[in-house]
Design a binder for this molecule. Sequence first.
Ligand SMILES: [Zn+2]
Ligand SMILES: [Zn+2]
Ligand SMILES: [Zn+2]
Length: 651
Amino acid sequence: MPHESRRSFLKSAALAGAPAVAPATAAPTADPGYRQSAFEPAGSPRKLTENLFLFEDTCNVYIVRDGSRAVLIDFGSGKVLDYLSALGVTKVDWVLHTHHHRDQCQGFHKAVARGIPIAVPAHELHLFADARNFWRNRRVFHLYYVRNDFDTLTEDVPVARTLADYSTLPWGRSEFFILPTPGHTLGSITLVGSVDGKRVAFSGDLIMAPGKIQNLYDTQIQYGGSEGIDLGIYSLARLREQKPELLCPSHGEPMPAPAEAITTTIGRLTDYYRFQTGGAPVEEQRPYAVSPHLVCHYLTMSSFYALLSNSGKAMFIDYGSASGVHFSTFNAAAATDDRMRFVEHSIDNLRREFGMKSIDVAMPSHMHDDHMNGFPHLKRRYGAKVWCYENMVDVFENPRGYNLGCILGEAFKVDRSFRHGETFRWEEYEFEITHSPGHTDYQMALFTTVDGKRLAFTGDAFFPNAANEGTLRHNLIFRNKVENDSHLKSIRNLIAHEPEMICPGHGRPYPVDRAILEATEKKLRRQQQFFFDLLPEGEVDFALDPSWVSIYPYQIVLAAGSSQTLKINVANYGAAPMKLEVALVTPSEWRVTPDVVKIEAPPRSKGSGSVQISVPRGWVPPSPRLAIAADVMRNGKYLGQVTEAVVEGTI
Ligand SMILES: [Zn+2]
Ligand SMILES: [Zn+2]
Ligand SMILES: [Zn+2]
């Protein structure tokens, strides 16, 4: 059905940037919708304080009143609307949802019919606005991803606005702070605001009563997992720090003594988590001092380091998710257009225990999201600057440009970049940075001396090797861009700099000496020999790089009626000049100029050419996302469609 397809195309594109204010999607007028039952909740709204009411529907619906206006926290069947005039409310400014479960929002069409805008947690937008797409794609056989996202609506909800983590929604004379509180669902939020002089938290189903949660099945994500318990303990601890005076759950009675209720619940959940997993929840894991000025946290998803200056300023090297559970759970949950959720960790602890006063600079060891998905947060919330090795800049600023492993979808600006071999000073420390390819081409090694020890921060290049004493462990991921001598370059860097200790991207810092580095170099020469033995003569690096010819950007965002210039980039790994002819294979209605892009790339060098695509006004895409390909002739030989890009639309 073309109409449906087009709507989805536009919608998914609108969601793609995860904007704070999503353009209102049109009411589904062409769609007759679902038949509704005649069931209704009994009872009527109960006054909690002068301007705060509770209506018990399929979930608790809270009415916050300001004169004749109100906001509703969650909506249930929508029956609440019948009681508003008796409360003197003539206009509802917002329905604010804590999470996407059907009992919270199943009557949404009543809000739509009255023109009441609906706001939803940013990380659950797709489960409201694109619910049908969720149902089209949700695996139901071979079920090992057992997250209860099955409690998603059957119809798409027109969403007026997303509620982004750590942001504030202003409303009348007051405001609501959006605290991320995953646990009951992965995208759940708690709204914290002031009502009648009291600090009130609307916490969804994070907690039901002192020591109680509504159910356990909503806390399981992976087969046999207890992820939602771990996340819930984290969230309850953050909620307690907000010092609410009244806690309003979606199920259960409002709690007038939140701190006690939360502490009891954390205690019980922690005991249960230890019983089920034998491990400690992330809330109990802390960074430790490697030496007086170097703090490391290695129980986080990737290790992260805080280098402390005597001034109290800190330089972070990497800063990713709070734990493996935080990372892998949100990673698995991220829908096509969703962004992996990052929640803050360790910063309070660095302040209290280690005397950190500010986060001045953050440097990524490499471009992988598990190492730096906290960077946008550090910039936004703490004004930290991001410094990095030069080839990472465009990956961070234009993440749609590339088809590489582990790219963070959220773009951010880099404040300063460094060339291979460049030295610089930060506070009382001297650094040298080198390119350190292998694990990924977009990786640095950072050398410095801290507390009298020569250190190398090397990201995911090398790890201690438990199985084979005497060499370091490396890894090989072709989608990360690797050449036959990449790893050798990195180990030779280390040999040249002779660090005493390596600070790796996962695990604790470990000592190294020349013997182990040289043995590792020897091992890596063997890897190189394998490449030469296994791969076609003269084609070795072409056979290691799936993107030796690529379309830039890889993810093309464009609207009907617009045009865009794309680049065709080519790496010529060969010893002779290369002539490339490239023809884009696109939907037939598009205009592509020129028909054939001609590129000449010198030996062992790069080449590039441009091509313009124009999409006619009124063009209806066949699907929400589609691919285009590039048909390639190399030195007169027809290779076929050896590379591609994906296309999404915009409104
Ligand atoms: Zn729920
Ligand atoms: Zn990595
Ligand atoms: Zn990593």
